[in-house]
Structure formats: C-alpha cells, structure tokens
Write a protein that binds this ligand. Structure first.
Ligand SMILES: Nc1nc2c(c(=O)[nH]1)N[C@H]1C(S)=C(S)[C@@H](COP(=O)(O)OP(=O)(O)OC[C@H]3O[C@@H](n4cnc5c(N)ncnc54)[C@H](O)[C@@H]3O)O[C@H]1N2
Ligand code: MOO
Length: 431
C-alpha cells in the first residue's frame, strides 16, 4: 500500500524508538502523578483503602480505670494484715456491671462487686479476683473476706495505658486493615477520610481476541490480559472499569480511548504496541494530541511498554504478550495507582536474595524473570517460576510467581548461589 507522507513518518517513528531505562521511565511517569481526591467512607467500607489524613487520639485509651477481672474493688492497704490465718473482712457497698459509672467511693473496709471491663470506683486501688474471696451475708449485708495481701494496682488497667490523648494513631498513607479498623472504631471515626480509588479503564486490542464465554476458534485466543489487569488493579487499590476487547482498527481504538479517558482517571490497554501492521496503539500514541513519555524501555519482557499523557491523564499501552503485560503493569502502572493514593512506597520492594538455579539467558536489556521465593535454612532463595518458560508470551507462570528476579544486562549469566535482586510482588488483596 502506498503511504502518504504523514503515515510514512508515523511508520518510521514506530520503528525508530528511543529506549529509556526503567528508572527513567518510572520518573517520567512519576512527574505526571499527584495524589487523588479525598472522600469519606463508612468505617465498614474502609478495609484496603488508604488513609488520607493522619488520625490523632481525641482521648486517652483506656478512657477510665478498667477492671481486668470479675471480683471486688478494694483499697490494697486494707490487706496489709491478711494472712492464711487471718482473714480481713470488707463490707460490699456497690455492684458495678460494665457500662455503669460507680456511685460510691471505696473507703477503708469497704469493697464493690465489679465485672471485667467495668470502671473501677474512686478510692479503690486494686481489684481482687472473685475466686480469692470468701463471702457471707449478715443482717442483710454482703461481706467478703481475704486471706492474702493484694498489691496496689492489681487487676486495674490505668487510664492511657495504650494511648495518650493527642498521640498520633495512624499516619496518612497507611492502608487500612484489621488493626487500623479497631483503632478507628475505638476512637469514633465513623466516616474515614481516604483517597478515592483511581478509576482505571482497561481495554484490550486484537482481532484475535475472544470473550471468555466464547467457544475457541482457529487462530484465536480468549482475552486473558484484561482479567489479569483487572485483578492487578484491584490489588493496587484501584477501581477497574472493563471496556472489553476491540479489533485492530485505529479509529475504533481512538473512539474507545476517548470514552475511557473521559470517564476514568487513567487508561491501561494491552496489545498492539509493537511494530506490526496492526499495532494500532503504537500508532495512536504518536498522534499529535498525545504527549508521549516513552515507547521503548530497556527491559525484557515488555520492551515495547508505552506511556503517554492525553487530556492530562496517563495512558499506559502495555504489551499484548501476557508476561510483558504483567511486568509492565507491576513496574509502571502499580506504582502510579499507589502514588495516586499517596503511598510513600509505591514501587515494588527490593530484596537481595540467593539465586536458586543459575540463569544464563543474558540480554543487553535488564530481564525481569517471573520467579518464586523459597525459604531454606533461614535464607531466602529465588528460582524462576518455571525453567525455559519465562518468555514474554507465556501466561501460565504468572500464577506461580511471587517476585520478579532482576537479571542485569551483563555479558555472562548469574550462577546458582550468587546474590540477585528481586522485586517482591504483592500477595495481599487490597479488598
Ligand atoms: N518485528 C518485531 N516484532 C516484534 C517485536 C519487535 O520489536 N519487532 N517485539 C516483540 C515483542 S518484544 C513483543 S512483547 C511483542 C509485543 O506485541 P504487542 O504488544 O504489540 O502485542 P500484540 O502483537 O497485540 O500481541 C502479542 C501476543 O499477545 C497476545 N495477546 C494480545 N492481547 C492479549 C490479551 N488481551 N490476552 C491474552 N493474550 C493477548 C497476542 O495474541 C499475541 O500472541 O511483539 C513482538 N514482535
Ligand atoms: O516486549 Mo517483549 O516482551 O520485550 O518480549
């Protein structure tokens, strides 16, 4: 087909790409990201969300002197003379269930029946367990006796043992889990300030793609990347919005992108970023309305990973190869979603571990090999998720990976037993 000069330029540009290093690609993206809007959600819906404002204690905790046992509140000094041969008697003047404010002061020789978790009455400085006492009724009055000394403070949790008033409880940027839920509930934070989940449009390109429910057809495959990306978005705390798969047609892609950009915070696509005749995303990002950040990264898999800004929003055009799509998401999209939720550590954690099996497949690009960690004799080892099947096009090993093993672009490989850096993949669910 005869090219006009415009499409010729574009085709040349598609081939002549300037490769950037992974850290450079990451910082070009980071320069475009700011923390998202804040919203308030009911406490029950806050699991997995990122706290937007630091929370300080509005009061001490415990807020009142709390009994740790079912028993009797007394003055410990009264027990100074108590021995196994000498009982000391107390007149019971009150009964304090949980949730009640004691009405009577404890004075020498008196006691109050008290339950676990109830407020210790003024005057008392110890609670003695039920089982340590003897009981009698005399002239309509209840008496208890003790045969041993009791220490001041026994079985009383003092005010502020756990938390002082004004103390910082949870820092902004913390992901809310079980411990944070109990803190927020304890201090009455019924509506929790959190960062909005970034809305992430996901669409796949490729005429070969079938919907999951469709029967197989020759030469075609089911769209697995959209579902993989959906899971990754959820795990990163984003709100995935599925736009399905489109055929390899640049006008269809442009229209889909327009809709996705309008209604979402960022757009992630998979497929069509290489140099093939139908690699429409590769062409689309070169159009003049786009601010291209990069369209080649010195990494494998995922060298064709592309990022651009369109209408002030980030567009990630990830490779169609499942392995490359997975790596591209973890290195570039995940940190973006985390940073949009003000995570102070948005990138994957780096660990130094020992390589389990030697890796000889070197390249002049850095390799990110899907791997799994093994703990043996107190040391962490990493092994490729499956030998010989860590290629870009391989889908099956993604489920067996908990890390990416970083193989630097060196002439020789890395022998078993040598140190390597791995990037730890998150294993938790954001919700
Ligand atoms: N002449 C060249 N050919 C290729 C180059 C190159 O530099 N020169 N780069 C290769 C590399 S590296 C990669 S990676 C792929 C990237 O291709 P694309 O990102 O454009 O992806 P597609 O061509 O659309 O698809 C690649 C592969 O993945 C399958 N695929 C696509 N979408 C999905 C999906 N949603 N779910 C599951 N699988 C999907 C697709 O059927 C292809 O098999 O290009 C190399 N070629
Ligand atoms: O982008 Mo390709 O995955 O480098 O193999």
């Amino acid at each position: 087909m005869k090219h006009n000069s415009h499409s010729y330029d574009m085709t040349t540009a598609k081939f002549h790409r300037t490769a950037v290093q992974v850290p450079e690609a990451q910082s070009r993206i980071a320069a475009q990201v700011s923390a998202g809007r804040i919203e308030h959600v009911p406490l029950a819906d806050s699991h997995g969300r990122t706290l937007a404002t630091s929370i300080e204690a509005p009061h001490a905790y415990p807020f009142f002197r709390r009994s740790g046992m079912d028993g009797f509140a007394i003055q410990s000094a009264d027990t100074a003379e108590a021995t196994s041969d000498h009982q000391v008697w107390f007149r019971v003047i009150d009964e304090i269930p949980c949730g009640y404010t004691p009405e009577h002061h404890i004075t020498p020789g008196t006691a109050a029946r008290i339950m676990t978790g109830a407020q210790v009455p003024d005057g008392a400085d110890a609670v003695v367990m039920m089982e340590m006492t003897e009981s009698k009724q005399e002239e309509g009055e209840h008496w208890i006796a003790l045969k041993r000394q009791i220490q001041a403070g026994a079985n009383i949790t003092p005010i502020g043992l756990e938390v002082q008033e004004g103390q910082q409880l949870i820092e902004a940027g913390t992901v809310i889990g079980a411990g944070e839920q109990s803190v927020l509930a304890t201090f009455g934070v019924a509506e929790v300030p959190v960062f909005e989940r970034p809305r992430v449009a996901i669409f796949a390109t490729g005429t070969e793609l079938l919907e999951v429910h469709e029967p197989l057809q020759p030469g075609r495959i089911r769209n697995s990347n959209s579902y993989m990306l959906r899971s990754l978005v959820v795990e990163a705390g984003g709100e995935p919005v599925m736009y399905g798969a489109i055929a390899d047609d640049v006008n269809t892609a442009r229209a889909k992108l327009e809709e996705a950009i309008r209604d979402n915070d960022i757009v992630v696509t998979t497929g069509g970023v290489s140099v093939g005749d139908y690699d429409i995303m590769g062409e689309l990002v070169l159009e003049e309305q786009m601010q291209l950040l990069f369209n080649k990264v010195t990494m494998r898999p995922g060298s064709v990973t592309t990022a651009a800004v369109y209408k002030d929003k980030l567009l990630f055009a990830l490779s169609g190869n499942p392995g490359a799509c997975f790596v591209g998401f973890n290195l570039f999209v995940r940190p973006t979603l985390r940073a949009m939720q003000a995570d102070v550590h948005p990138y994957l954690e780096e660990w130094n571990v020992i390589l389990e099996d030697g890796y000889t497949k070197v390249n002049n690009f850095t390799r990110f090999v899907r791997g799994r960690t093994i703990i043996r004799d107190g040391k962490v080892f990493a092994a490729p998720a499956a030998s010989r099947v860590d290629e870009s096009s391989v889908m099956i090993t993604i489920k067996d990976s908990d890390c990416l093993i970083v193989i630097p672009p060196e002439k020789k490989g890395i022998a078993a037993g040598e140190q390597v850096t791995i990037l730890k993949l998150p294993t938790g669910q954001a919700r």
